[in-house]
Design a protein around this ligand. Structure first.
Ligand SMILES: [Zn+2]
Length: 229
C-alpha cells in the first residue's frame, strides 16, 4: 500500500534529483574518473603535522592523489603544496578559509572561492582550476558563480566520513575499499570543519591507506589524479 508520506517522499526525491542535475550541468560538476581508474582526494590541508605523513605513505605505496587545499593553509605552508606537486600529485583549491557555504551570501562566497584559487595559484606558480566546494555544497547560483570563475568543481562518489572524531582505520578502510572503477574517494589530510580536536588526528586515514590501495590494485584499478577538464 502506498501511503501519502511515501508519495510525498518520492516527489521530494525526484525534485531534489532534478534540481541537482541542473546544478551539475550549470557548474560542469565532475564526480567520476575513467574506466579502470580510481582517485583518492584529500581535503582541508595542508597542515605540517598530517599532510607530510599522508605524502610519505602515498609515496611508500607508489600512488598519486589530489589535494584540495584551503587557501590560507596553502599560504601558510607552501613548501608542502610544492612537495605534493613534485611527487606527482595534483592540487586544487577548496575556498580561502573554509566557511560553511550554506551560511554565506553569493558575494562573500564568490570572494572565498576566488581567494582560495588565488592563494593556491600563487604557491604553485600557474593557474589552478581544480576546485572542490566545502561540504560539496552547490546551489544553482553558486554553480553559476563557480562556472563564471572558470573553476572545475569535483565532488566524490565514495565518502568514508574520515573527518568524524574517533573514527578508526578499519571504519575508513571498510568504506574506501568499496571503491570501484571510476570512483572518487573523499578523505581529509586535515579537518577544517566541523572542527573537533579528535578529528585533527589523521592517523586513522593514514593507517587505512595500505588496505585501500591493496584492495583497488587487487581488482586491477589504477590510481589517478583528477584532471581539470
Ligand atoms: Zn573541507
Amino acid at each position: 500500500m502506498l501511503r501519502t508520506r511515501d508519495i510525498a517522499g518520492g516527489i521530494g526525491r525526484r525534485a531534489r534529483r532534478a534540481r541537482w542535475s541542473v546544478v551539475e550541468s550549470i557548474g560542469r560538476v565532475e564526480r567520476r574518473v575513467g574506466a579502470g581508474e580510481v582517485a583518492l582526494t584529500f581535503d582541508d590541508g595542508p597542515h605540517p603535522d598530517s599532510t607530510p605523513r599522508v605524502l610519505d605513505r602515498l609515496g611508500e605505496l607508489g600512488v598519486v592523489a589530489t589535494f584540495f587545499c584551503v587557501g590560507r593553509n596553502a599560504t601558510a605552508h607552501p613548501e608542502i603544496v610544492r612537495r605534493a606537486l613534485a611527487e606527482g600529485h595534483a592540487v586544487g583549491s577548496h575556498s580561502g578559509t573554509h566557511p560553511d557555504p550554506a551560511e554565506l551570501g553569493i558575494g562573500p562566497l564568490a570572494g572565498e572561492y576566488r581567494d582560495g584559487r588565488a592563494a593556491v595559484t600563487a604557491v604553485v606558480g600557474r593557474e589552478v582550476p581544480l576546485f572542490r566546494p566545502p561540504h560539496g555544497h552547490l546551489t544553482p547560483r553558486s554553480a553559476a558563480m563557480v562556472r563564471r570563475q572558470s573553476l572545475r568543481p569535483w565532488l566524490w562518489t565514495v565518502d568514508p566520513t574520515d573527518w568524524r572524531p574517533g573514527v578508526t582505520a578499519a571504519e575508513v578502510a571498510a568504506v574506501a575499499t568499496s571503491a570501484v572503477s571510476g570512483d572518487v574517494v573523499l578523505m581529509h589530510d586535515w579537518v577544517e570543519q566541523p572542527w573537533a580536536p579528535e578529528a585533527l588526528d589523521r592517523s586513522a586515514t593514514i593507517e587505512a591507506l595500505p588496505a585501500v590501495v591493496r584492495s583497488a590494485r587487487d581488482r586491477g584499478l589504477v590510481f589517478t589524479t583528477l584532471p581539470a577538464r
